[in-house]
Design a protein around this ligand. Structure first.
Ligand SMILES: [Zn+2]
Length: 126
C-alpha cells in the first residue's frame, strides 16, 4: 500500500494534497459521471482551498494528455504485443480503453496537477 504523506497517496486516492485526511471529491466513485469532477470548495480538516485560482483545473488538461498517452500505450502493448492482435484491433482497443478509463484519467490528471502546486504538510495532521 502507498503510505499517507507521499505524493503518490494523494494522486491515487484523490486525498487533500496538504493533509491527506479526506477526499477532494464529493463522490468517491469516479463512474458517477455527472459528479466525476465535483470537488469540495476546501478541505474540512486543514481548510486548504482546492481551486487555488479561478479555472485552476484547466491546467490539468496538459497532464491528462500525458496520462491518456500512458493508458493508450499500455493498451497497445497489451493488445498488439502480448495478445498478438492486428493493428486495427489494437487501435480499437486503445479507443475502448480511453473511453472506459476516461473518468479515472480525468481524476488522475487533476490529482497530479494539484499535487504539483500543493505539498504535504505534517503539521496540519492532528
Ligand atoms: Zn486537508
Amino acid at each position: 500500500m502507498i503510505k499517507k504523506g507521499t505524493k503518490l497517496y494523494s494522486i491515487f486516492t484523490g486525498a487533500c494534497p496538504k493533509c491527506h485526511q479526506e477526499s477532494m471529491y464529493e463522490h468517491k466513485n469516479p463512474y458517477v459521471l455527472s459528479e466525476v469532477l465535483k470537488i469540495h470548495e476546501s478541505c474540512s480538516h486543514c481548510h486548504t482551498k482546492y481551486r487555488i485560482e479561478p479555472s485552476f483545473f484547466y491546467g490539468s488538461m496538459y497532464v491528462s494528455y500525458a496520462v491518456g498517452i500512458a493508458f493508450a500505450v499500455a493498451a497497445f502493448v497489451i493488445s498488439y504485443l502480448f495478445l498478438g492482435t492486428s493493428l486495427v484491433t489494437s487501435f480499437i482497443a486503445i479507443i475502448i480503453t480511453l473511453v472506459v478509463f476516461g473518468p479515472i484519467i480525468m481524476r488522475l490528471s487533476r490529482n497530479i496537477w494539484i499535487n504539483m502546486f500543493l505539498h504535504y504538510d505534517k503539521s496540519l495532521v492532528k
